[in-house]
Structure formats: C-alpha cells, structure tokens
Design a protein around this ligand. Structure first.
Ligand code: FES
Length: 218
C-alpha cells in the first residue's frame, strides 16, 4: 500500500475502509491468478513503478507465466497505449527476473524456426586466408568466430548466450571475446564464459574442411 493510502487509512478510516472493501468485493468472482494480472495492468496504466514491481512478483507467484503477463499487457494496448507498455517493459528488463529471460520466452518460436529452416553446409572462408588465433567471418548473411591453432579449428556462433546480441568483430581481444552488451567474456580456446556471465558457453558449430575451404553446418 502507498504511504498516502496508509495515512488516509489512519486519519479517515471510515471513508477509506469501504474503498478497500469495494475493491475486494468487486473482484470476488475472479481467481487470484486473474486478479493479480489485472493488478499489473492497473499499475502499468497508472505508471507506478513500485506498484508494478510488487504486483509483477505477485502475479508470478500466483502462477502466471511471463508470457501471460506480457500477453495481458499487449491485449490491453488499446487502452494502455504503446508508451506505457514500453515503460513497463523497461522496468521488467531492469528487474532481471529469470522468468522474463528472452531466451526462455523465445524457445518455442526459435524451435519452430529451426525446424523450418533446415541446417546445411556453408562455405565460410579459405583455409589459406584464415589467420592464427580468433577471427570473425561473414557467410551467406550469417556470422561466426573461428579459432585457429595450426591445423586445428573451432567455429563458434556469434550470438551471445546471454541475451542473443550478435557479437561483432571488434569484440575480439586476443584469445578473448567480450560481448559489448553486458560484457560477458568468452575464452575462444573453448568458447567458455569466463567472466560476468552464468557460465553458458558460445554455441560451437560443426565444421569440415573441403577443397581448402572451411565449411560450417548451420
Ligand atoms: S547479450 Fe548480454 S552479454 Fe551478450
């Protein structure tokens, strides 16, 4: 409850108490899950940050998924308007709630995409032109990192396992790659995350050498 309501409850108990009773009675046919979703929407509409944070956690606790909460906000777009939804999503991102991790939320769609987009072999670069150490390559609209040690190669996806940023070429610092978004650091000898992150490595891509070309399966 806000400090102001708390105050009014003390100094105008008779006037304020019926208001709380009204709120309680008004939603008595709704289950807790639905009621908590509606509370989130009212906080977005009123743009009260502390209230939104409080009711967001409550909505998750009552069994709503992050997708359901986002759907509820988007469904109310005609009345909330896009700017309030963006305001709320900014707060949600800053809260770093694991339930709202875009990798988890996007899983179904990504899976569908993977199924529909069949993997195949792509020529990436000529072996003769691949330098020792870590290099960044573009091929057919995609990108990858290649680590070369003599005749040993490793190929990694440039998509950061944290929040899916596409890590650029200038993120290479010797044998280390640092994602510019939130500074997760990867050791390119094996793709392991060595600093800041939660130990999720870069995705390793299957490769082969054919006619002096490095090819990846992606
Ligand atoms: S997207 Fe966050 S560290 Fe890469």
């Amino acid at each position: 409850m806000s400090e102001a309501l708390d105050y009014l409850l003390k100094v105008r108990k008779d006037a304020i108490e019926p208001y709380f009773q009204f709120l309680k009675e008004g939603g008595k046919h709704l289950d807790d899950k639905t009621r908590s979703l509606l509370s989130v929407i009212t906080k977005v509409d009123a743009k009260t940050e502390a209230g939104l944070k409080q009711y967001l956690k409550r909505a998750l606790k009552q069994g709503n998924s992050a997708d359901e909460i986002l759907d509820a906000m988007l469904t109310c777009m005609p009345t909330l308007g896009l700017s309030k939804i963006i305001w709320a999503v900014d707060i949600i991102i800053k809260m770093e709630l694991p339930e709202f991790d875009p990798d988890k939320l996007g899983k179904i769609d990504k899976g569908k995409k993977k199924q529909s987009k069949k993997k195949q072999w792509h020529k990436v670069t000529s072996i003769d032109e691949t330098k020792e150490g870590v290099s960044h390559h573009e091929y057919e609209g995609k990108t990858c990192f290649v680590t070369r040690e003599g005749n040993d190669f490793q190929v990694f996806d440039t998509i950061c396992p944290h929040k899916s940023a596409n890590i650029p070429c200038d993120a290479i610092d010797g044998i280390i790659v640092v994602c510019p978004m939130h500074q997760w650091k990867f050791n390119m000898e094996n793709g392991e995350c060595i600093e800041k992150g939660n130990q999720q490595p870069l995705n390793k891509l299957e490769y082969k050498v054919e006619d002096s070309y490095l090819c990846v399966y992606s």
